[in-house]
Every structure is written in structure tokens, then in C-alpha cells.
Design a protein around this ligand. Sequence first.
Ligand code: HEC
Ligand code: HEC
Length: 327
Amino acid sequence: MSASFRIKAVGVGATVALAACLLGGRPAASSQATQTAPMTGATPPNRPTPPTATPQASPGGASVPQATPATATTPPRPGAFNAGAARTQEDPAAVERGKTLYGLSCQACHGQDLRGGDMGGPNLLRSQVALSDQHGELITPIIHGARQAQGMPNIGLNDADALAVAAYVRSVIGTIKGQGTPPGELKALNIVVGDPHRGKAYFDQHCESCHATSGDFAHLADKYSEPKTLQARWLAGGRSTALDAPGNKTTVSVTTAPGQTVNGGLLHIDDFLVSLHLPDGTEQSFKRRGNVPEVVLHDPLQAHRDMLPQYTDSDIHDVTAYLVTLK
Ligand code: HEC
Ligand code: HEC
């Protein structure tokens, strides 16, 4: 896990638009998330799990009781491995907020459906920690940095937000029958609900100056074939998480004296030091004292950063509905 990975907590208030997009524009999402009987799938929820669905041994360690083997004469009880089923209902408001925060702060590593993601986070639907959590007591310490040595950074959420994310994780676990089963309802959510014609008009006005549908975006929907991913990526200018820190394409100009400017790619910046990657392949660092030397950052994603708070829900839905047609 790259040590340079950074995630900053994003206040819920500032992310209404993102919330809407992550929820797919369906106000009923939180009540769906707390239902225990999945709507999809061939097996009625009350039937015993067929023997082929042998639950996996827990990754948590040997102290966890082993699953009933598939050959046993007694069929496993329905929900026997679903610690979420017996729980009381989660607070829908917390679940809703937690879902938004999950999308911003966890999804890149643990996946949109909690089954693990591109950046190496494990499947939370098989996680003994997540399955055993009752009210955040096991999950929130991890959010606050208890597993940093194992590759999960301190996410920097405040206590209330960490509890909301934990409530969301439990609510998803509550919708599934057994460990590791994909949450059918989450998969069924269709986020392509906008109007592609309005989306094209919006794109022509706000995006075309930098992106050409005959050029770099000609096959955008093939590159991001999952609409949710496509939506998250266009909002964040191609990055996998919210725009919260300078990207790795940020360049910097350091002016040490009038007429003496060094330009390069940003490697590191804090109040006391700025480090650049120079075009000739070398690196150079400058001590900073206040405004000396003068440092100017150029982030190619500044436009995306500036646009983020301006989208309305329907802008987001419409643009996504248009972008999915770019194949
Ligand atoms: C940068 C990637 C990254 C991000 C972001 C991240 N995680 Fe993790 N997470 C990991 C890794 C890697 C592990 C495995 C650590 C270990 O082996 O103990 C982990 C482990 C966990 C575990 C324990 C799983 C288990 O059974 O051992 C939980 C629970 C968890 N993460 C929840 C979250 C939540 C909730 C968020 C968002 C608030 C989050 N993570 C954000 C990478 C990440
Ligand atoms: C001022 C220029 C600018 C504007 C305006 C702009 N973008 Fe971007 N966008 C960028 C830059 C720069 C990148 C990063 C490109 C890269 O990493 O190569 C980017 C990346 C993206 C990506 C990721 C592309 C990929 O292949 O991963 C998407 C999708 C995207 N923008 C969509 C949009 C949409 C939709 C709009 C309008 C709502 C928009 N952009 C407006 C500059 C802009």
C-alpha cells in the first residue's frame, strides 16, 4: 500500500450532490438497505441454504466456530452465518449518511459492494470484524487507524461519521443471507436515471472545452463499463476518490528570486518544504519560510474541483446518462 495515499474526511454537508449520485437518486435507498429479505435471486429467503453454498471459513482465525460441512445431514439454518439478521434495525438517517461517507472514504479500497476493491481492501462481507460489530465498537477503531500497520490508513472521520459508516456496513450485511453473498439489491440499483439529451447539452457547455467525444472520450463507457464507476470517475476527474488532495499530476513553480523560477512535478509540499520532480529526472527541494520562495501549484484537476459543488442532482444524472452512451 502506497504510503502517499491520502484520504481526507469530507463533511456531509458539502457532499449533497455526491450523496445523491451514490444513492442513485432513489430516496428509498435507506429503507431498502435495512430490509432483511433480498428481492432478487432464485432462492426464496425462507428456504434453507442449499448445500452448495458452503460458507467460507472465517478469515478471522481459528477461534471462530467452523461452518457446518456441506455433507452434513442437517441443513444449515437459514441465516445461521448472518450475524446481521438478528440485529435491530439501523437508524435510516445514519445508514444514509454512512452510505455517502462509505462512497467517499472506503469504496476505493473495499469496493462499491463491500466485497473488496482495486486498492486492496478486503471483502467486508466476509470480515469477522464487520459481521460481529454491534454498534461501531469494532469498526470505528479501525477507521481511526488501528490497522495502519496492515495497510489501512487512518481515515480521519469524526466519531459520528465513523459510527454512521459502521451502521451502513451493518445494514448491508443485514441484507444478505450468508457471508460473501453479493447484496442483490445494491447490484440491482440502476443509477442511469437521467436524460442523455440534457446530459449532452450540459457536456457541450461545461466539459467540451477540455474533453472531446471524438477524441479522449470516444470510448469512455468502455473504459468505465460500470455506470457507478463512470459516475464516480467523471465527478472526480478520473480519480478513484473525492477530490481532496493535490493529485499526482499537480505541477509546481518555485520562484527563488525575480526571474529565477524552477518548474516541475509536485512530489511533496508542506509548510516547511517543497519537493519537485524536474524535467531532467532529478529531484530538488526548497525550504519554505512563509512566502519565500514563492510557490505556485497548478492542479490540472482544479476545474473538476471547482465544478463539484455546482452540479445539481439532475446535472449528475443527466451527464452520466449521456456518458454511458460513449462506446
Ligand atoms: C487505502 C485503502 C483503505 C481504505 C480507504 C479503507 N480501508 Fe479498510 N482496510 C484496508 C486494508 C488493507 C485492510 C486490511 C488490514 C488488515 O489486514 O488488518 C482493511 C481492513 C478493514 C477492516 C477490517 C477487516 C477485517 O476483517 O480484518 C474494516 C472493518 C475496514 N477496513 C473498514 C473500512 C472502512 C469502514 C473504511 C472507510 C471509512 C475503510 N476501511 C477504508 C484498506 C482500506
Ligand atoms: C478545464 C478542463 C476540464 C474541464 C472543463 C473538465 N475536465 Fe474532466 N478532466 C480534466 C483533466 C485535466 C482530467 C485528468 C485527465 C488525465 O488524468 O489525463 C480530467 C479527467 C476527467 C475524466 C477521467 C477520464 C479518464 O479517462 O479517466 C472524466 C470522466 C472527466 N474528466 C469528465 C468530465 C466532465 C463530465 C466534465 C464536465 C462536467 C469535465 N470533465 C470537465 C479537465 C477538465
